[in-house]
Design a protein around this ligand. Structure first.
Ligand code: S3P
Length: 167
C-alpha cells in the first residue's frame, strides 16, 4: 500500500506508534530525523548549530522525498515538517497522512527532560510547546487525511484507532 505518514508535535509518539503500526501491517518503518542523523553522521542539535533551522528543513524535505518514493513504508516525521509548504504537498501526494493530536500538557511532560530537541532548549519550554502547538495545529489538520485525537495519546490506543480508520 502507499506510505503511511505520521505527523504531530514533538512528544506525540510518532516513532513509538509508527514502529508498532509497521510491525502489525508488515510494512517497513523509517524515522525521518534518525535517517538524517544516519546520513550526516551528526546529531540534530549539531545540524541546527551548524546550518540553522533552515538548513535542517532543507535536509528534511530531501529525506522525505527520498524515503517515500517506495511504497509500504510507515514514516515518522519531525514535528516541524508541516512548516515547509512543499512538505505538506509532498506528503499528501505520497501517502496517507495521519495526525497524532496530543494535548500540549502531555507533550510537555514527555519532553521536559529531553536535550535532543533544539527548539525546546529555552527558559520556558512549556510556553514554547503551547506556542508551537497553536501555530502548527491548523497546519497538521490541513495536511492530514486522518486525525487522531488521542486523549493522553496512549500509543496502543492510537495504533488501534489508525487500524480502524484504515480498515
Ligand atoms: C522538531 C521536531 C523534532 C526534530 C527537530 C525539530 C520540530 O522531531 O525534527 O528537533 O520543529 O518540532 P520530533 O517531533 O521527532 O521530536
Amino acid at each position: 500500500m502507499s506510505c503511511l505518514i505520521l505527523i504531530g508535535m514533538m512528544g506525540a509518539g510518532k516513532t513509538t506508534v509508527g514502529k508498532e503500526l509497521a510491525r502489525r501491517r508488515r510494512m517497513r518503518f523509517a524515522d525521518c530525523d534518525q535517517a538524517i542523523v544516519a546520513r550526516t553522521g551528526v546529531s540534530i542539535p549539531t545540524i541546527f548549530e551548524l546550518e540553522g533551522e533552515a538548513g535542517f528543513r532543507r535536509r528534511e524535505t530531501q529525506m522525505i522525498d527520498a524515503l517515500t518514493r517506495e511504497p509500504d513504508l510507515v514514516l515518522a516525521t519531525g514535528g516541524g515538517v508541516v512548516t515547509t509548504p512543499l512538505n505538506r504537498e509532498l506528503m499528501r501526494e505520497r501517502g496517507i497522512v495521519i495526525y497524532l493530536d496530543v494535548p500540549p500538557q502531555v507533550l510537555f511532560e514527555r519532553t521536559r527532560h529531553d536535550r535532543n530537541r533544539p527548539l525546546l532548549q529555552v527558559d520556558n519550554p512549556r510556553q514554547r510547546i503551547e506556542e508551537l502547538h497553536r501555530a502548527r495545529d491548523p497546519l497538521y489538520r490541513e495536511t492530514a487525511h486522518i486525525i487522531l485525537a488521542g486523549g493522553r495519546g496512549n500509543p496502543g490506543n492510537m495504533v488501534r484507532q489508525i487500524e480502524e480508520a484504515l480498515a
